[in-house]
Design a protein around this ligand. Structure first.
Ligand SMILES: *Cc1c(COP(=O)(O)O)cnc(C)c1O
Length: 226
């Protein structure tokens, strides 16, 4: 495909997805393995939120796209402890906080930062040994610990569904995630207000929106197969 042909395709795909978003839902364009040229085309088409799953790649791209001043960077992958400092320095959002140890570490690192990082707690709403994050009961049990993390701006929950579910099961799992966020908010008497729901990818974002997603993370459907 020519460069301009690809730009049109990317713009059309972004427009098609954006049309379906309710006002409270933001589209995070997932740009892992996507070229800088395609990212610029996405920006031209209105994207202001980029999501990356590796710190090294995010750092390189951020440097190359430094001229795009109003971009918000989201980290969405599993964060290794030796990358936590960079994550806090480079990203406004970290969607994938998946352990208490990581939360405490980010909290310490964020003490020196001008802005508190916005974070989501990653939950496995259905059991899935291949994924990181808390079970619903595990998160309920540890929730009070987050009240101590004053340097983190805890915004909500993030989830990735296991493969192989029916649409009805996907919708039910997203709805369970929303209900869990409401229960957790109640549990802290609203000291933690878990209002953001980062859920939905290329294959299931419409169901996630139906269940109340506020951040959808879409890659392939915008940029094509990786
Ligand atoms: C890659 C990725 C996405 C986007 O997936 P697509 O299928 O390309 O839309 C969303 N969330 C996370 C955590 C990812 O790693």
């Amino acid at each position: 495909m020519t460069d301009s042909g690809r730009a049109v395709t990317i713009a059309n795909r972004i427009a098609a997805i954006s049309q379906q978003l309710p006002p409270q839902t933001r589209l995070v364009a997932v740009t892992k393995k996507v070229s800088i040229a395609s990212m610029r085309q996405a920006y031209q088409a209105g994207i202001r939120n980029f999501g990356e799953s590796r710190i090294q790649e995010l750092e390189e791209k951020q440097a190359e796209l430094e001229d795009l001043r109003d971009v918000t960077w989201h980290f969405i992958g599993h964060l290794q402890r030796n990358k936590a400092k960079q994550a806090v320095e480079l990203c406004e959002w970290i969607h994938s906080v998946d352990s208490l140890a990581l939360a405490h570490r980010l909290n310490r690192l964020a003490a020196d930062r001008p802005q508190r990082p916005k974070i989501c707690l990653q939950v496995k709403i259905l059991d899935d040994p291949s994924k990181y994050g808390w079970s619903a009961t595990g998160l309920k049990a540890e929730l009070s610990e987050f009240l101590q993390c004053k340097n983190l701006d805890i915004q909500g929950l993030m989830t990735i569904l296991p493969l192989g579910l029916s649409e009805a099961q996907q919708l039910a799992a997203f709805e369970q995630t929303r209900i869990l966020s409401e229960q957790l908010t109640q549990q802290t008497d609203k000291v933690l207000n878990l209002k953001e729901l980062s859920m939905g990818m290329s294959g299931d974002y419409q169901l996630a929106i139906q269940a109340g997603a506020t951040l959808v993370r879409v890659g392939r459907l915008i940029f094509g197969e990786r």
